[in-house]
Design a protein. Structure first.
Lengths: 143, 143
């Protein structure tokens, strides 16, 4: 049976793929987690020969987004192996995408990560900043 | 209904994912072609922070492998955008994987690419060579 919530998440994820594509990147969406592989995978990986970015994408109709601790750890582990910048991408209804390194997010008592709408608007990296940064920063962040 | 031929191809592709993983790479398998996206996608992308490799993987129980012209072109286009080395990976029964740049393959009258078993054994790059090469070669090949 269709799940409107995941369908929406998936459509938002395609929107992000389009944005990377339009910015000149090659983009791969990973198969849904929990499938054939047990290995860490982000939702998508985009690169343009200079910048490589792994994104765990979350959307919300509410004023907070939660990311499971395990998802954030897998994003970091994948990014370390692949040589990518690790980013949580958050998309609130009627807002743009904002991006955070997992290390910059609030960790709840239960070990999950939370992004509030206000924090996204005030402190998040927007798409333009994400794809416009220099290679040097990427190299510094890999470890 | 299960298709034994694609199941075998898929299992061979997982084998290749395992090899990259064991060599320290992060690996993403792209969703099956013809799905949600119309954009060029390889079968998998692997990177380790130095080397980035996009692979179209083909296996065969016969003594030749054919790659559609369109698949090879999409591999090249994706690799150009992503900044990856483009490789056709061929796996014949009871043999190892061998890799070729599409430009080094025989093009048939119909515009498809063909790799014969003997050519793979004699001229193909083996996995060790593929992952052990320097970054410089990668940069030279991007265009």
């Amino acid at each position: 049976m269709p799940n409107p919530r995941s369908d929406k998440g998936s459509s938002r994820e395609r929107e992000l793929v389009d944005m990377f594509w339009d910015a000149g990147f090659g983009v791969v969406r990973a198969p849904a987690s929990g499938s054939a592989t047990e290995r860490p995978l982000p939702d998508l990986v985009a690169a343009d020969g200079e910048r490589t970015i792994a994104v765990e994408a979350k959307s919300s109709g509410d004023d907070s987004v939660y990311i499971e601790g395990r998802e954030a750890e897998e994003l970091i582990e994948f990014s370390r192996r692949f040589g990518a910048r690790a980013r949580i991408g958050v998309r609130f209804d009627r807002e743009d995408w904002y991006f955070f390194h997992p290390g910059d997010l609030h960790v709840t008592g239960g070990g999950n990560y939370r992004v509030k709408l206000e924090k996204a608007l005030q402190e998040g990296e927007d798409f333009h900043e994400l794809v416009g940064e220099s290679t040097q920063e990427k190299l510094d962040e890999v470890e």
